[in-house]
Design a protein around this ligand. Structure first.
Ligand code: HEC
Ligand code: HEC
Ligand code: HEC
Ligand code: HEC
Ligand code: HEC
Ligand code: HEC
Ligand code: HEC
Ligand code: HEC
Length: 631
């Protein structure tokens, strides 16, 4: 080779080596920094440590790539995460937040609190500001997040006590805004507001095999541990150490195909009764009073066990069985008089989101058959991460699989055209009577529309959830004629006032929120028409409950002509709410003269306004009992 070629080749080699060293350095610097930062985070949150037969989701991936992927995409995994950029959903770009914090104790004073959020090199910091001068005071780093797709809550360290306490603001993902935590729940504004510690309560359902180990003596640091953050494989399949061990042998792996493995729980192989308990451990109503916060919680419950043996499950509060009544009375005594009202309808139906077990167990389908969460949901073969339903299970197939006589054209049963929304099984048998996360959610108790249940419990009936412009008497007449039901006696309002306006005027805060949600729901707008709804929704813009204002504002934005209505539900209690109401009602009256709309029910129009006298009269019957429906 000629000398010149040697020189060129040498030069190229030097350039190549130089480039790769530079690449490596550049690469190293980035990950090195975030690695350090990650270590700091891991130091600040509860320890991740597998004990006993627990291993971790990482140990499953190589043998179960598909189930792993499905789980990795799920909200279960994302429930609890370190506060790294991939976990954060809220804006952090020098955001300033302030609120009038409610009293910490009944009868106390409200206090102005101000915070600034800022991001520095992928770290998220909260600075406390002086409420008067705005001068920066102490600051704390956000170390962990809860939630990823509806609401997100952030956690900071509580001094050196080893506990995490929440920032009192919640990020609403749909609305892309921060709101005070109290404005993300349906609760009376005067309810006392306490700080929340992740380690004591949230850990139970938001981590895998969490051990609270919260300071035994006052002032003592906590030593909280989890197997994994979020809801990972072993939360549903049980400790998997022996299973991993046994399957190291390729021979066994081959023989094992499609056989049940005694070392691991597959919920699909359990009876319905045990299978629902796997999920119900988190998706059910529990009582926390008297729980031991050191070793407490459900370390003892493992998938496959019977949940009812745990004394904390609050099942069938409406039961007439004396022993059940004693158990429930015990919970009420420990938790306070509002415990049942804040969670259940009077017949034991669940009012709050995320607590499906109680309703599934109360369904006739469960009591008479193998009905479980897996009749409709699949944790690895779902269609959409939202709701994780198995293919087609958001439709009639979910019911027809066990009730084949309704296969095909069920219109003789439903009395609506085959393709009408009024013919979908779930719309009549799993209506939206559960509330949570600022929206209505389907009840998980299979039931049939029935005037008696509404009269007895106040829970909206499925027919009027769509036919908002019709009275309960109208519904009852159809139920008698079409389904042979026995009529019951109905009072004046239920005979004369359309259900939508009646729920808004007389319902408790939870019923008002549901009624407001129905008015924004396409099937109800189709059944009842939407032109008349605005003045009623406007009545809720000044509601005492901020969640009711929130839902009403959303639904108003869904009505023709009110799409760009400016309305901030957080800021519109009291006077501001009245102003918004008048503004919307005036706007509606304008539109009215063009379209010739009319109001349903007895609320006759006086040219362009609601008959206020009749409305105020109706409002006198409102259910004013304080109600908190928290997640
Ligand atoms: C070394 C390979 C291997 C590892 C690691 C492994 N598994 Fe398995 N697993 C298998 C084999 C083989 C089967 C049986 C064949 C099949 O159904 O695919 C199985 C079956 C299962 C089943 C179904 C059991 C049944 O009775 O239907 C579940 C659930 C399961 N594994 C969960 C896990 C979890 C959770 C982890 C991680 C903690 C894990 N596996 C780790 C090999 C493994
Ligand atoms: C008994 C079990 C349980 C406990 C205890 C619990 N949660 Fe939850 N949480 C759930 C379930 C189930 C859901 C899902 C609800 C749904 O989607 O309807 C949920 C959802 C949420 C969400 C919405 C998540 C998202 O991605 O939008 C937030 C925020 C939340 N919980 C906060 C908390 C906080 C804070 C605590 C502790 C004070 C707590 N939860 C305690 C079971 C629980
Ligand atoms: C929230 C509960 C839950 C979590 C978390 C979960 N699974 Fe499952 N798993 C189930 C259920 C329920 C089934 C039954 C089939 C279904 O629903 O898709 C199942 C079935 C399985 C099966 C057997 C059937 C199949 O699809 O091959 C394997 C293997 C499995 N899971 C592995 C895992 C692994 C690995 C993880 C974690 C990466 C995990 N699971 C996380 C609930 C869960
Ligand atoms: C260790 C507690 C725990 C267990 C066990 C558990 N879940 Fe969950 N589940 C949660 C929490 C917490 C959420 C809220 C996650 C979110 O929405 O960000 C949730 C959310 C869900 C969601 C809603 C996702 C969405 O779209 O909002 C479904 C559906 C669900 N779980 C079904 C099940 C089923 C079925 C099982 C049993 C096979 C089960 N879960 C077991 C705690 C649990
Ligand atoms: C008959 C079918 C069916 C059964 C059985 C069922 N679900 Fe659901 N589930 C649904 C449907 C449909 C939705 C969507 C509801 C909606 O649009 O509000 C849903 C939604 C959910 C959600 C999300 C609620 C939200 O935030 O929107 C959770 C959590 C959930 N189911 C848990 C469970 C659990 C746990 C069980 C068993 C104890 C169970 N489900 C049994 C059909 C079912
Ligand atoms: C896993 C099977 C299964 C699924 C899925 C199922 N059911 Fe059922 N259902 C049953 C059984 C079994 C009974 C009790 C039969 C009896 O008592 O005659 C029942 C009872 C009922 C009843 C009460 C019957 C009565 O005479 O009071 C209604 C209504 C009902 N189911 C509707 C539905 C609807 C709507 C769905 C879908 C959302 C559904 N079911 C899903 C199995 C199921
Ligand atoms: C328009 C409302 C409506 C729709 C839609 C509807 N049902 Fe019904 N269903 C009722 C009413 C009302 C009853 C009567 C209950 C009674 O007599 O107590 C009933 C009763 C039932 C029963 C118990 C009595 C019987 O005939 O076996 C079952 C099972 C049932 N429905 C299943 C379904 C299925 C499956 C679908 C979807 C294909 C469906 N329903 C759709 C209103 C409806
Ligand atoms: C999910 C929404 C929905 C539910 C639930 C529903 N309907 Fe309907 N209904 C409609 C719609 C939409 C129409 C208009 C025609 C169509 O599209 O089918 C209608 C039409 C009707 C009609 C004929 C038109 C009228 O206004 O006189 C009657 C009667 C009726 N429904 C009664 C009922 C009864 C009784 C129930 C409960 C057993 C019920 N509907 C439940 C949506 C619903």
């Amino acid at each position: 080779m000629r000398r010149m070629e040697w020189v060129i080749a040498g030069a190229m080699l030097i350039v190549l080596v130089g480039l790769s060293v530079w690449r490596v350095l550049a690469w190293y610097e980035g990950p090195y920094e975030s690695h350090l930062s990650r270590l700091e985070l891991e130091d600040a949150v509860p320890k991740k440590q597998s004990e006993g037969d627990y291993v971790s989701s990482r140990d499953c991936r190589s043998c179960h790539p598909q189930p792993y992927r499905a789980w990795h995409d799920s909200y279960h995994r994302k429930m609890t995460q370190l506060a790294t950029p991939s976990a954060m959903v809220g804006g952090f770009d020098d955001v300033e937040l302030s609120w009038l914090a409610p009293p910490r104790k009944p009868g106390g004073e409200r206090r102005l609190e101000r915070y600034r959020l800022s991001e520095r090199d992928n770290e998220y910091w909260v600075t406390v500001l002086n409420p008067v001068t705005g001068a920066p005071g102490g600051e704390a780093r956000v170390v962990m997040t809860t939630g990823s797709h509806n609401h997100q809550i952030l956690w900071i360290q509580n001094g050196d006590q080893g506990e995490l306490v929440n920032l009192p603001f919640t990020y609403l993902v749909d609305q892309q805004r921060w709101v005070p935590r109290t404005d993300s729940f349906l609760s009376p504004p005067e309810d006392p507001f306490g700080l929340v510690y992740w380690n004591e309560v949230c850990i139970e359902c938001h981590s895998t095999a969490g051990r609270p180990r919260v300071g035994q003596e006052a002032g003592e640091a906590s030593d909280t541990k989890v197997t994994e953050f979020g809801i990972a494989c072993e939360a549903c399949h049980g400790p998997a150490g022996p299973h991993v061990e046994a399957n190291q042998s390729p021979l066994r792996r081959r023989l094992q195909r499609d056989e049940a493995d005694p070392n691991i729980v597959n919920p699909a192989r359990l009876t319905a009764n045990r299978s629902v308990d796997v999920c119900g451990r988190c998706h059910s109503i529990l009582s926390y009073a008297g729980t031991d916060s050191w070793d407490g919680h459900w370390n003892d419950f493992l998938p496959g066990d019977k949940l009812e043996s745990d004394g904390r499950l609050v099942l069938r509060p409406e039961s007439r069985d004396p022993s059940m009544r004693r158990v429930v009375a015990g919970h009420v005594k420990a938790e306070g008089p509002r415990f049942l009202r804040d969670r259940f309808w009077k017949d034991g139906g669940v009012r709050v989101a995320g607590r499906e077990l109680n309703d599934v167990k109360a369904s006739p389908c469960f009591q008479g058959g193998e009905f479980s969460c897996l009749s409709c949901h699949s944790m690895h073969g779902y269609e959409d991460t939202e709701d994780q339903l198995a293919p087609q299970m958001d439709g009639d197939a979910a019911c027809v699989q066990c009730h084949p006589k309704f296969e095909g054209d069920a219109s003789s049963h439903t009395n609506h055209a085959v393709d009408s929304v009024g013919s979908r099984c779930q719309n009549c048998h799993m209506p939206y009577t559960t509330y949570g996360l600022l929206k209505a959610i389907r009840s998980h108790r299979v039931s049939s529309p029935n005037a008696l249940a509404e009269r007895a419990t106040g829970r909206p009936n499925a027919c009027n959830a769509c036919h908002l412009d019709k009275t309960l008497a109208w519904t009852q007449a159809h139920l008698v004629k079409d389904y042979g039901m026995k009529p019951i006696l109905l009072g004046k309002e239920r005979r004369l006032v359309a259900a939508g306006p009646r729920w808004i005027a007389t319902g408790d805060a939870g019923v008002r929120a549901l009624a407001a949600w129905y008015m924004g729901w396409a099937p109800a707008q189709k059944a009842a028409g939407s032109d008349w709804m605005a003045p009623y929704l406007a009545e809720l813009l000044g509601d005492r409950y901020s969640a009711v204002r929130a839902v009403a504002g959303e639904s108003l934005n869904n009505l023709p002509g009110f799409g760009d209505l400016e309305f901030d539900y957080v800021a519109s209690a009291g006077e501001a709410g009245v102003e918004s109401r008048l503004r919307v009602q005036a706007e509606w009256a304008n539109q009215l003269s063009d379209k010739g709309m009319s109001l349903p029910g007895p609320l006759k129009l006086d040219a362009s306004e609601l008959d206020r006298g009749a409305w105020e009269e109706l409002m006198k019957g409102r259910n004013m009992l304080p109600l908190a429906l928290t997640e």
